[in-house]
Write a protein that binds this ligand. Structure first.
Ligand SMILES: Cc1cc2nc3c(=O)[nH]c(=O)nc-3n(C[C@H](O)[C@H](O)[C@H](O)COP(=O)(O)OP(=O)(O)OC[C@H]3O[C@@H](n4cnc5c(N)ncnc54)[C@H](O)[C@@H]3O)c2cc1C
Length: 404
C-alpha cells in the first residue's frame, strides 16, 4: 500500500496528487496517494507581495481530502532512492520512514539570501511567514522614529521585485499619508536595466509604471550592508530606511540534493519527457524542482503556469507507471506572463520573447483573474478537482469565480 508519495504541498504537489488520483479513478484501479508537506495549507505564493498575506492560503484537506489523498504533516529530511523510502519529521520532531512505489518531488524553490553585514535584517516575500512579518512591520512603521520610516528599499528588479515595489508605492503611501507624510520606494538592481530577465518587450510599460508611481531606481548597484535604520549601496549611497526587502535569486529547494540526479544552475533536477528524474528509478519531479523541456529551445520557468501543468503530468505519469499504463509526454501550454504594476495596472505578455498584448486596466483585470481565480484549486468539490486535474484541462474552462 505504498503507492504514489508526493513531497510538497504547493501547486505542483497538489496537482500531482490530484492527477494521480484522477488516472486511478478513470481506469477503475486502486491507488494510494500520500502528500507530505510541513504545513496544512496550499500557500498561494504568487500573491505574497500583496497586503494581508495571511489570507493567501487554502486548506490542503479541503482540496485533497474529498478525493481520498492521505496527508502527512511533516518535513522530508532524507530520501533513499535505493530502498524507496523517505524520512519525514513531524511537527513534534518525531521521525518516520515512509515507503514509496513512485515518488514525486515537488518541494518548490526558495530565495537565496545574500551574505552581507546585516543580512538578517532583510525582509522578503518568499514564504508566508516572511511575507506576514513584512506586513506586520509595515503596519507598525508609524510607531518608529521618523527618519526614513516611510522609505522602502527593494533589492532586485526582477518579477518579484517589480511587483512588491509597485505594490508598496500605494501600500506604504497609504500608511504614510495617514501621518501626513509621503512614502519613498527605491528599487535597487545590480544589472544595467530594469527587469533584465524579462527582456525588452515589457520594458517601456514597466518604466512608465515606475515613473507614474514615483518608484525610484538605482541600476548597476547592489546593497553592501544593512542596519536597522540604514541601507548602504555599492556606490556608497546611504539610504535611511527601516524596510529593506531582498528579492534577488531563487533556487530549487535543498531536498533536490537528496536525489542522485543531474541538476541545472537553478538546482532543478534533469527529467525526461515523462518528468521521470533522469537515471533515478521511480522518482519524478514537478514544479520549481524540475528542469523540464517546455518547447524546443526552452525549459520551463519557475512559475505557477508551469508548476500546475508539471504537477498534472507528473501525477498522471507516476500513477501510469505504477499501474502499467502508458505515460504521456509533458507538453506546456503557450508561455505567458502577467506582471502586476500596482495601481498603474499590469503588463501581460505572450511567448518567450514576451510580446506585450495588454497593459493598464485590461492587463490588471487579467492579473486579478490569475491571482484570485485561475490559480486556486477547487475546494470541497472532488468532481471539479478531478476534472481540472486532467493534463488536457485548460484554464479557459474555469468559469465559476472563486475568491481568496
Ligand atoms: C512573491 C512571489 C511572486 C510570484 N509571482 C508569480 C507570478 O506572478 N506568476 C507565476 O507564475 N509565478 C510567480 N511566482 C512563482 C510561483 O509562486 C512558483 O513558481 C510556484 O509556487 C511553484 O510551485 P511549486 O509547487 O513548485 O512550489 P511551491 O509553491 O514553493 O511549493 C513547495 C511546497 O513544498 C513544501 N516543501 C518544501 N520543502 C519540503 C520538505 N523538505 N518536505 C516536505 N515538503 C516540503 C513547501 O512547504 C510547499 O508546500 C511568485 C513567487 C513569489 C515568491
Amino acid at each position: 500500500m505504498s503507492g504514489v508519495v508526493v513531497v510538497g504541498g504547493g501547486f505542483a504537489g497538489v496537482w500531482s496528487a490530484a492527477g494521480a488520483v484522477r488516472l486511478a479513478r478513470e481506469t477503475g484501479r486502486e491507488l494510494t496517494v500520500t502528500l507530505i508537506s510541513p504545513g496544512d495549507d496550499l500557500v498561494i505564493r504568487p500573491r505574497l507581495y500583496q497586503s494581508e498575506p495571511e489570507r493567501m492560503r487554502v486548506s490542503l484537506d479541503r482540496i485533497l481530502g474529498p478525493v481520498g489523498v492521505r496527508r502527512v504533516a511533516a518535513t522530508v529530511t532524507g530520501i533513499d532512492t535505493t530502498g524507496q523510502t523517505v524520512t519525514a519529521a513531524d511537527r513534534q520532531g518525531n521521525s518516520a520512514e515512509i515507503r514509496y512505489d513512485r515518488l514525486i518531488l515537488a518541494t518548490g524553490s526558495e530565495l537565496v539570501r545574500p551574505e552581507l553585514p546585516g543580512a538578517e535584517l532583510l525582509f522578503d516575500v518568499d514564504t508566508l511567514p516572511a511575507a506576514t512579518e513584512l506586513d506586520t512591520h509595515l503596519n507598525r512603521l508609524p510607531d518608529l522614529p521618523p527618519e526614513g520610516r516611510f522609505t522602502a528599499v527593494v533589492v532586485g528588479a526582477g518579477f518579484t521585485g517589480l511587483e512588491i515595489a509597485t505594490e508598496l508605492a500605494d501600500r506604504l503611501g497609504t500608511i504614510a499619508a495617514a501621518h501626513g507624510e509621503e512614502a519613498r520606494v527605491v528599487l535597487v538592481e545590480r544589472a544595467d536595466s530594469i527587469g533584465p530577465e524579462l527582456g525588452p518587450g515589457p520594458q517601456q510599460e514597466i518604466a512608465d509604471a515606475l515613473t507614474a508611481l514615483g518608484v525610484e531606481h538605482r541600476l548597476g548597484t547592489s546593497v553592501t550592508a544593512v542596519q536597522p535604520d540604514l541601507v548602504v549601496l555599492s556606490d556608497g549611497t546611504r539610504l535611511r530606511t527601516r524596510t529593506a526587502i531582498w528579492t534577488a535569486g531563487v533556487r530549487a529547494g535543498g531536498l533536490t540534493a537528496a536525489i542522485p540526479g543531474t541538476r541545472d544552475r537553478l538546482g532543478r533536477l534533469a527529467v525526461d519527457a515523462d518528468l521521470a528524474v533522469t537515471g533515478v528509478p521511480a522518482v519524478y519531479a514537478a514544479g520549481d524542482t524540475a528542469a523540464a523541456a517546455a518547447e524546443p529551445g526552452h525549459q520551463v520557468m519557475q512559475c505557477c503556469q508551469h508548476a500546475l501543468q508539471l504537477g498534472k503530468f507528473a501525477g498522471h505519469n507516476a500513477a501510469a507507471d505504477l499501474l502499467g499504463l502508458p505515460p504521456v509526454p509533458f507538453t506546456a501550454t503557450p508561455y505567458v506572463t502577467c506582471l502586476d504594476l500596482g495601481s498603474h495596472g499590469a503588463v501581460f505578455t505572450n511567448g518567450w520573447d514576451r510580446r506585450v498584448v495588454a497593459t493598464g486596466s485590461v492587463a490588471k483585470d487579467r492579473k486579478r483573474k490569475v491571482n484570485e481565480l485561475w490559480i486556486y484549486p477547487p475546494t470541497d468539490d472532488p468532481d471539479e478537482l478531478l476534472r481540472q486535474a486532467d493534463y488536457r484541462f485548460s484554464v479557459r474552462q474555469i468559469t465559476e469565480p472563486r475568491t481568496s
